[in-house]
Design a protein around this ligand. Structure first.
Ligand SMILES: COc1nc(N)nc2c1ncn2[C@H]1C[C@H](O)[C@@H](COP(=O)(O)OP(=O)(O)OP(=O)(O)O)O1
Length: 151
């Protein structure tokens, strides 16, 4: 979940789990019975104590990681407002970042290929294969005019 307001993006420094130490948006696994959107909102509330307003889906990302974590499907949302006060939790430190200073060198390697599209409000479908934390192959499709991602 990427919240953007007043020329800044609300990122997190993740304190535990997959990608600990990296900068990312809030997010996590979908619980049984949840939709991807419900999960993204809940994870944002749990990790930052804020609730995104009117989030909309802009992207789908497929990650192939390793034999232990073979495939991850990640639903990517953008919101342009929120309620609450971004607060450090056991899971994350809030990192408000100017849009022209996004720290890609501290993020997963794939982010530099699709986060600029999200900032431009473009929809995207990405496929990324990793070996460890190194990006090996990437494929990105944009301008999904039939809008399959907005359902
Ligand atoms: C491999 O490339 C990745 N790139 C990016 N940008 N984000 C990724 C990548 N792999 C995973 N993620 C995201 C997806 C989720 O938002 C988190 C990982 O969440 P995780 O499954 O570890 O869930 P936790 O944060 O541990 O939380 P729960 O266990 O509470 O669900 O990273």
């Amino acid at each position: 979940m990427f919240i953007i307001r007043d020329g800044r993006i609300l990122l997190i420094e993740k304190k535990r789990g997959l990608g600990a130490g990296k900068i990312n948006g809030p997010g996590g696994k979908i619980d049984p019975g949840e939709t991807p959107l419900q999960a993204a909102i809940r994870e944002t509330q749990e990790e930052l104590h804020v609730t995104p307003a009117d989030p909309r889906k802009l992207g789908e990302l497929h990650f192939w990681m390793s034999q232990e974590v073979p495939h991850i499907l990640c639903h990517v949302y953008r919101a342009d407002d929120f309620t609450g006060i971004p607060t450090e939790t056991e899971e994350a430190v809030p990192v408000w970042t100017p849009l022209d200073k996004i720290p890609y060198d501290r993020m997963w390697e794939d982010d530099r290929y699709w986060l600029p599209l999200l900032l431009e409000n473009q929809s995207f479908l990405g496929k990324f294969a990793f070996e460890g934390e190194t990006l090996i192959t990437r494929e990105i499709a944009t301008d999904l005019s039939s809008d399959p991602l907005r359902s």
